[in-house]
Design a protein around this ligand. Structure first.
Ligand code: SAH
Ligand code: SF4
Ligand code: F3S
Length: 434
């Protein structure tokens, strides 16, 4: 009797950390069914695209990848192609109509259906609402063995007027604290050092305890040295949370706190539920209570009805707050969202000009802020070899700055060491082991 060939999978991931972690869960399901990973779609029996629809660009990138794989399916009709993630949820059967070489469409709330898909090939579209997602425990096959992503909640109820996420990820649901804590204890047993708690709005976490309460429990877990969380919503940043970050030794001094715009008028149209003044006050408090904290943010350029004056307010905000780093994007109208139908859409060239100005100003601020680290001593967690320059190790400060250091025999990934910062660029710092 001939030995059956081991089946192989290939997953291509687009989008946010939530998707990166969902891909780890899909990999976990496939491995438990006996599949192994391959680095190329060419050798795969199953190809999964885990997609993102946050901006039009992300969507276009996926559809061009999908077009490219058509010839492969023609040559090997037995190849199974699945589309997962946010575009899957949004488009459903329309994806198969548009691209008949796709076999399956699986939304983010239904990734547990992957097992049925590969074993029984029953249905082809899985996009139903799944409120019990918080109870599904899926074995994640994590890429990293020092740092781990953990879902603490799913979905989003905020309905920021530009955003597709509440439509693709469904209603906000928190996972029970017990199951989060068990997962992290298990990771600690496997020598993980850092956990990042994931949610679209982590600081609104609420199950049998609230978010500061959850941090307190995780802070007690032996073996875990660092706790991070993304993303926080400014409206839910309570004093209690600020003090929790200060007082818990494992919770790192960095917060990603998307501002989106410096204009209170635009924030209102975005349905963000805070004014620029509210935001500034909260940042002031963070810095007063933890002077070492780093703050990063997201900005949208050219939201509908954004005037030159509104844009100037965003520029002013960047200069006032001095973020450590910013992700800035041109507003992209997403189908079905309120902002896509608002009057006063801003022309593309103006959006580009505003984005350019935002990036130019922020780049200077980021560089200046990084330079402040020069000469300081920093505790870094070694993540592994530097991707580009294999002659070095790379790690991060507690404040989430990337630090490259020379390889030394006695240092290895997962070590926490103190380094002296010798150089500072815009994207990373360099350090020497003491
Ligand atoms: N839940 C998180 C992440 C949302 S998506 C949060 O609230 O921050 C990440 C970022 O993408 C957002 O913060 C926003 O700045 C940007 N974004 C979302 N929808 C967008 C759109 N339609 N056009 C441009 N940028 C968008
Ligand atoms: Fe989108 Fe707003 Fe929810 Fe973030 S908080 S995912 S920007 S709706
Ligand atoms: Fe994209 Fe969905 Fe994440 S739209 S940013 S993959 S939640």
């Amino acid at each position: 009797m001939g030995k059956e060939k081991v089946k192989q999978y290939y997953i291509e991931t687009f989008g946010c950390q939530m998707n990166v972690h969902d891909s780890e869960k899909m990999a976990g399901i496939l491995k438990s069914e006996g599949y192994i990973e391959t680095g190329s779609a060419k050798d795969a029996d199953v190809v999964i695209f885990n997609t993102c629809s946050i901006r039009q660009k992300a969507e276009q990138k996926f559809f061009s990848e999908l077009g490219r794989i058509k010839s492969l399916k023609k040559r090997r009709p037995e190849l199974q192609i699945a589309v997962a993630g946010c575009i899957a949820q949004q488009e459903g059967i329309k994806i198969i109509k548009r691209a008949p070489h796709v076999d399956f469409v699986v939304g983010p709330q239904n990734i547990n259906a992957l097992r049925d898909i590969i074993t029984s090939r029953s249905d082809s579209v899985f996009i139903d609402d799944n409120p019990s997602i918080t109870e599904v425990e899926l074995p994640a096959d994590r890429k990293d063995n020092v740092r781990a992503w953990i879902n603490i909640m799913y979905g989003c109820d905020n309905f920021c007027s530009y955003c597709i996420v509440p439509y693709t990820r469904g209603r906000e649901k928190s996972r029970a604290s017990r199951s989060i804590i068990n997962e992290i204890k298990d990771l600690a047993g496997k020598d993980y050092k850092e956990v990042t708690l994931l949610g679209q709005n982590v600081n609104s976490y609420m199950s049998d305890m609230d978010f500061p309460g959850l941090l307190k429990e995780i802070n007690k877990i032996d073996g875990i040295e660092r706790i991070r969380f993304i993303t926080s919503h400014p409206k839910d940043l309570s004093d209690e949370l600020i003090f929790a970050v200060r007082d818990m030794e494992k919770v790192c001094e960095h917060i990603h706190l998307p501002l989106q715009s410096g204009s209170t008028k635009i924030l209102g149209l975005m349905n963000r539920k805070y004014t620029y003044e509210d935001y500034k006050k909260k940042v002031g408090k963070l810095k007063e209570i933890m002077p070492q904290i780093t703050i990063t943010s997201d900005i949208i350029a050219g939201f509908p009805q954004e005037t030159d004056e509104d844009h100037k307010e965003t520029v002013k905000a960047l200069n006032e707050i001095e973020f450590d780093g910013v992700f800035a994007f041109k507003f992209s109208p997403r189908p079905g969202t309120r902002a896509s139908n608002m009057n006063g859409q801003v022309p593309e060239d103006i959006k580009s000009d505003r984005l350019y100005e935002i990036l130019e100003i922020q780049n200077k601020i980021t560089e200046r802020k990084n330079k402040e680290f020069k000469g300081t001593l920093q505790e870094i967690l070694i993540e592994g070899k530097d991707e580009k320059d294999t002659g070095r190790f790379t790690g991060r400060t507690r404040t989430n700055k990337i630090v490259n250091i020379p390889l030394k025999n006695n240092v290895k990934p997962a070590d926490i060491i103190t380094v002296k910062i010798t150089r500072a660029g815009r994207h990373s710092l360099e350090g020497d082991i003491l």
